[in-house]
Unconditional design. Structure first.
Length: 255
């Protein structure tokens, strides 16, 4: 936390307090200024290293505070009764986890698990609430953060889960990612730190369906995979697919 370089997160645009890096990080990311203030809050712990697989909190667990992610990556999931999982996001530095639950005093509605070695700080609920009561600006920032999260969930439902086909879902997912580079001929490159099963859990289809759709996209020369780099050769075709309604047969293959 003493290293100011930890507060500088490249590759995202910040407008005001909150930004949304891309579809892989549907959770809002707070600004560097907010993080600096959080780092100075009385009661916050120092940065602690957490290895892959470590669970910060579990779905249904009583809330004890919030976690500030300074480095690494965390997966947020919710599980259904039939054993299926939906990934809400693979979040990175700048994410504050558990804010809504901490403010409301309700159990966590998702599980937060480290998928790439992370550095996190913890701030207890009582310390957080005292800080928010004492600092009007901080309370406003927290309100904006929770509002942004609510907005992002609705946008996610509209963009991905109200689609008519698996092709449309994957097309919208890929178009929602921020490319590493764009070329004048319409190509784009992006890095995707997720396997096919995780992509399926993010867009609500099976791993097998993701594999089939990717294969179709490759045959139509829409994209090319050089893991972890995805090369989009025909962005126009992808945009067309994102707008088109799929057939009933396609929609039925998403299960």
């Amino acid at each position: 936390m003493k290293n100011q370089t930890d507060l500088q997160f490249s590759g995202r645009e910040t407008k005001g307090l909150i930004s949304f890096p891309d579809r892989m990080n549907a959770y809002p990311v707070v600004s560097d200024l907010c993080l600096e203030r959080l780092a100075a809050v009385r009661g916050i712990s120092g940065q602690v290293a957490r290895t892959k697989g470590f669970v910060l909190f579990a779905e249904g667990q009583e809330v004890s505070g919030v976690y500030v992610l300074w480095g690494g990556r965390v997966k947020l999931t919710i599980d259904s009764e039939n054993g299926k999982s939906l990934i809400l996001g693979l979040v990175g530095p700048g994410t504050v986890l558990g804010v809504a639950a901490a403010i409301l005093g309700l159990p966590h509605v998702a599980t937060a698990q480290v998928v790439k070695s992370a550095k996190v700080s913890f701030l207890g609920r009582d310390d957080l609430l005292r800080y928010l009561h004492a600092h009007e600006e901080a309370a406003y920032e927290a309100a904006e953060m929770v509002s942004a999260l609510y907005y992002s969930v609705l946008a996610e439902i509209r963009a991905l889960h109200l689609c008519h086909s698996a092709e449309q879902k994957l097309a919208r997912f890929l178009l929602g990612l921020r490319p590493m580079s764009n070329s004048s001929n319409g190509q784009a490159q992006l890095t995707l730190e997720a396997n096919q099963e995780e992509i399926g859990q993010m867009i609500g289809v099976s791993r097998e369906t993701v594999a089939r759709v990717i294969s179709r996209f490759k045959k139509r020369r829409i994209l090319e995979l050089k893991n972890p780099t995805w090369i989009i050769h025909d962005k126009t075709a992808l945009e067309r697919l994102a707008r088109l309604r799929g057939t009933q047969e396609e929609a039925g293959s998403e299960a």
